[in-house]
Write a protein that binds this ligand. Structure first.
Ligand code: GDP
Ligand code: MG
Length: 828
């Protein structure tokens, strides 16, 4: 709670005073210090200043100032668990709780992309946020807590930025976080192997005059390169404590957090506010602007005036808006503009460029005194590897080879554990069928839930292998190279390389991929990337492919699989082209594509990646898939009473009788086979008259031209919940696991054996390889699942785009499946 939230008459004790140096100093001089009792005397309406009593003085503060003073009330203290107050809380007790409250420290991690912020955040808090060796992995603030040395840390992991100007969404995001959430300490994470670029952000933090501790991360790299850095001296030059760390191994993190505590408690001797010297002219202008701010007595003091003055000279849009909103006499902005033209007149260069130059001058001066550069082995290796992997001629073929390897392993290696899980599920089903009392409950558990969920679960190994490859490419830094190589290709479709990583992530799951487009600066580029992401075949579609490819293309599975993925990519390209020509004309924005050095990923992080994905997959299996499967089963199970075309029960009874009579093993086997066939026929006849059958009939006319049977329609419909559900639904509909021979129990076998029951095609197989292919193409393209649809709506801010995508993709899917069927039947 803060002071601004208190009502007149309320009493509270101060827990901490936030805000920057000079404001903080002034406020503390007035008596607003930790442990002091403060009372609200009166409040002016319309967010005017309020009057407070502290140490017997009456002091008035504006709301945005009072906002920075954290307090605790007796009521809040009573809620704290350790306290057992009886009756009135006396001041001493309240002060004890203040000390407890004061031990909450808000820490924000700020730094360049790819410097190890998330690794640090994950290591201390045990969180599992995504880490990757390319920039733009973290797109939203992540929160977690950490208890250490009697203090409770509230940690925030922020997106990476090179600067705190307001150019990109990330920069704006981080800046807003620092201003609005006022973290007690900013931990500036720095990549030690790239000091010059990383310290640029630090100079901006210095201007902001906030409490900073530097985590000199990747210190292992610095040491390995043979470089020498005088950390103590650099720390004194910057006025900021510096702690070397290796985030991936957790080295230096205790020291880091001890230092954070020291700085928080104002115990560190190295902390001081350094003024970066911007040269005579700029400093004179800063002085002039500060003077006008000072004269505007009603102007808020919560932001460093020097920082604001510098930002005005940089013509920073955010600062200009802030001043416009808060200035009372119009002098501040006017002085700002006047000073800019004065500087530019004298130095004939933009004031912004002069300030940037001065910052780099400050950095290189500081480094000249403290750093003896080494010879970076990592970059040496990286350059050598890049000579081959991104070479003009060998780059692309190697990239395609890696892709081939990925899909080959996914399919081939994955098929072994898949068989084990498959037979495990089958055995469990048999067992439960025997032990549970026969009836509806038994049917629901075995034919409904186990069959449906089981048929999706068997694809877990494939998904794990796919993610193993993707994680490995991300963590080594190869993914960034792939984006680099694809830049030219992406330009051809009106996008650039930055769109490539979200698209590749789309192979995993479209939802995070769509979120990852936040790193794209240009709005239309971003929108376009979001709209083509659903064509990237996500891992949820993989089970469908594997099932049908295994059933109908057992001789060349990898090539069909790759063909499907390539079709998706091709459609994305065509769509991008089409939209670029019609919906929006995107302009190319220049941008830097970072190529981080190659790193050998830690075993820990790879395993964690895989586990994260499998956890998500299993959650889906236990959630949306389970529900969908039960709904499908219920709709297929009822109504129980239907009219059959023949008297199955009598025929089956006859066969059973015949089996009992004979002792000839061959005859017995034939009877058993006939019995199974009859049973399946009866089941499917019942199914076609169930509620599900009726829905199927309803949509059949729409999909009949594609050669799809009604059951396929049902599967597609349920697949809009999640694409894996297509498989689960097929499992329930075809009741795998109940054939005579083990081979015949599989869903693949059932699919091959599936026949039309009635109509002119009665007795013909439902699936030919052509129909199966058309079905696969349809599954690849048609409407994204609910999760993706809502992600599109959320990220574009418009439901219109989401609905547009559902229509567009479904329409396109229909056309292409139709084409596959027509062309296919023509040739085969
Ligand atoms: P972020 O973008 O700042 O959040 O950085 P990440 O935490 O995602 O890390 C980027 C890459 O650097 C990953 O590949 C990490 O494994 C690696 N990394 C992080 N910290 C260290 C470190 O201290 N030493 C080394 N050698 N690698 C690190
Ligand atoms: Mg990150």
């Amino acid at each position: 709670m803060n002071l601004a939230e208190l009502h007149p008459g309320a009493k509270a004790v101060i827990v901490k005073v936030k805000g920057h140096g000079s404001f903080r100093k002034r406020i503390m001089e007035m008596g607003f210090i930790k442990g002091q009792l403060v009372e609200v005397i009166k409040r002016t309406p319309f967010r005017g200043p309020s009057e407070y009593n502290v140490m017997g003085y009456h002091v008035s503060l504006r709301p945005n100032e009072a906002h920075l003073i954290e307090v605790i009330t007796p009521e809040m203290a009573a809620d704290l668990p350790e306290q057992q107050f009886e009756g009135i809380i006396d001041l001493d007790k309240l002060k004890t709780s203040v000390n407890q409250e004061g031990k909450n420290i808000q820490v924000a991690f700020v730094g360049n992309p790819n410097c190890g912020k998330t690794s640090l955040f994950n290591f201390v808090s045990g969180a599992r946020e995504h880490v990757g060796n390319y920039s733009g992995v973290t797109v939203e603030a992540q929160y977690n807590t950490y208890d250490f040395n009697g203090y409770h840390f509230l940690l925030t992991d922020l997106p990476g930025t090179y600067s705190l100007t307001a150019y990109t969404p990330e920069e704006l995001y981080v800046r807003k976080h620092i201003f609005h959430n006022n973290p007690d300490i900013v931990v500036n994470v720095i990549d030690a192997s790239n000091l010059e670029r990383n310290l640029y952000l630090t100079t901006q933090l210095i201007d902001m005059d906030i409490k900073v501790v530097i985590a000199l991360n990747m210190y292992d790299d610095l040491k390995n390169s043979g470089a020498f850095l005088d950390i103590d001296k650099l720390s004194r030059l910057l006025g900021i404590p510096i702690i070397p760390t290796v985030a991936t191994k957790g080295e230096g993190l205790n020291e880091l957090f001890n230092k954070v505590i020291d700085v928080y408690e104002n115990r560190d001797p190295n902390v001081r506010h350094v003024h970066i010297n911007y040269g005579r002219e700029v400093e004179q202008s800063i002085q002039a602007i500060r003077q006008t701010i000072k004269e505007d007595t009603l102007f808020p003091v919560s932001m460093s005036h020097r920082f604001l003055a510098i930002k005005l000279l940089e013509q920073d849009g955010h600062a200009i808006r802030f001043v416009t909103k808060h200035q009372v006499n119009k002098d501040i902005l006017k002085t700002g503009y006047h000073e800019i033209s004065r500087i530019e007149g004298i130095l004939s260069e933009s004031s912004e460029a002069i300030i940037t130059d001065a910052k780099y001058g400050f950095i290189s001066g500081a480094l000249k005194e403290t750093l003896k550069p080494g010879y970076s082995r990592r970059w040496f290796h990286t350059n050598a590897i890049d000579k081959i992997l991104t070479h003009k001629f060998s780059g692309m073929p190697l990239f395609l080879f890696f892709m081939f390897l990925m899909f080959y392993a996914t399919f081939q290696l994955g098929s072994y554990p898949m068989d084990w899980i498959d037979s495990g599920v089958g055995l469990l089903n048999e067992f439960l069928k025997q032990v549970l009392p026969a009836g509806m409950f038994n049917d629901l558990i075995t034919d409904g839930i186990i069959t449906g969920v089981g048929s999706v679960l068997v694809f877990l190994p494939n998904i794990l292998i796919l993610f193993l490859f993707i994680s490995f490419m991300e963590d080594t830094g190869y993914m960034a190279r792939a984006a680099f190589m694809m830049d030219k290709v992406m330009h051809k479709i009106g996008l650039h390389g930055r769109s490539f990583i979200p698209l590749i992530m789309g192979f995993g799951c479209n939802v995070p991929a769509i979120m990852a487009t936040r790193t794209i600066r240009n709005r239309t580029d971003r929108l376009l990337t979001i709209l083509i992401t659903p064509f990237m075949s996500c891992s949820a579609r993989l089970p469908v492919y594997i099932l049908f490819v295994g059933a109908f293309f057992p001789n060349n599975p990898t090539s069909v699989l790759i063909g499907l993925y390539l079709t998706g990519i091709l459609l994305a390209v065509v769509t991008a082209h089409l939209f670029n020509k019609t919906l929006f004309k995107s302009k190319e924005a220049p941008f830097v594509m970072e190529l981080p050095p190659y790193r050998i990923p830690s075993f820990r992080s790879i395993v964690k990646h895989m586990w994260d994905k499998s956890e998500q997959y299993l959650k889906k299996v236990g959630g949306v898939i389970l529900i969908a499967v039960v709904i499908i089963w219920v709709m297929g199970y009822f109504p129980r009473e239907v009219e059959f075309s023949k008297d199955y029960h009598t025929e089956m009874a006859l066969l059973k009788h015949q089996m009992n009579q004979t002792s000839d093993s061959i005859e017995m086997e034939t009877c058993q086979r006939q019995l199974t066939t009859l049973h399946i026929q009866m089941e499917s006849e019942h199914l076609s008259q169930s509620y599900l059958g009726k829905v199927g009939r309803l949509i059949e006319p729409v999909i009949a031209p594609l050669g799809f049977e009604w059951r396929m329609g049902i599967a597609l419909l349920s697949g809009t919940a999640a694409k894996e559900v297509v498989v689960g639904t097929m499992g329930v509909l075809l009741q795998a696991n109940e054939g005579a021979e083990p081979d015949e129990q599989t869903l693949m076998f059932r699919l091959r054996e599936l026949k039309y029951e009635a109509g002119e095609k009665a007795g013909q197989p439902v699936f030919t390889p052509i129909i199966a292919l058309a079905f696969l193409v349809f599954v690849l393209i048609y409407s994204p699942c609910i999760g993706v649809v809502s992600a599109i709506a959320k990220e574009t801010g418009r439901w219109r785009w989401a609905l547009f995508m559902v229509t567009y993709t479904t329409f396109l899917a229909w056309i292409l499946a139709f084409a596959v069927k027509q062309i296919g039947t023509l040739f085969f």
